[in-house]
Ligand binder design. Sequence first.
Ligand code: IMP
Length: 201
Amino acid sequence: MARKVVLATKNPHKVDEILAILGDIPGIEWLTFRDFPFPDVEEVGDTLEENAILKATGVARATGLPALAEDTGLEVEALGGAPGVLSSRFAGVEKDYRANNEKLLSLLRDEANRTARFRTVAVLALPDGRTWMTEGVLQGQIAEAPRGAGGFGYDPLFIPAGETRTLAEMAPEEKNEISHRRRALEAMRPILEELARGSLD
Ligand code: IMP
């Protein structure tokens, strides 16, 4: 019988990307907020690591099932790593992507150093309290103006290293091929395969 794992996020963009990356693992049945309601977990941690642990352990405890969470931040070198863990509420309002992008561009006006990276921390938590953590990073540059309609969040402003297009100008499969999320989740794949085999019981 397939092992059920809950995706501990209510962000539909993240759900789509995570399922595109890990949806093919044999023996894992993914449950999302769409088919399995769970309570909101407040992201009160000071780091991506703390928030990913809070979300995964909170949902594993609430549902009695293994839960996979991830927390992602955009870290801009010229801003000392900001917005980082505050990426979703950079401009004050939770998940106002346009306001966040406008604030980022205005802080970087006349700034020559546009180096940035996305960092994703993924956590798998079991209901008994055991956790596994992985990380994925995507290096790049902040564009001068938003470009593209794909993706979400800061994608219209983020040009991966070696690319000329922003993440929002890429097809979803192209973003998923190289993304920070992909790297963190692929590192988690062997642990999920063990879970599916029953080796973590
Ligand atoms: P969180 O992991 O839900 O806290 O996400 C923080 C914020 O980072 C989101 O609200 C988005 O603005 C941004 N973000 C997360 N992942 C991505 C991504 O893959 N591309 C662009 N922005 C992202």
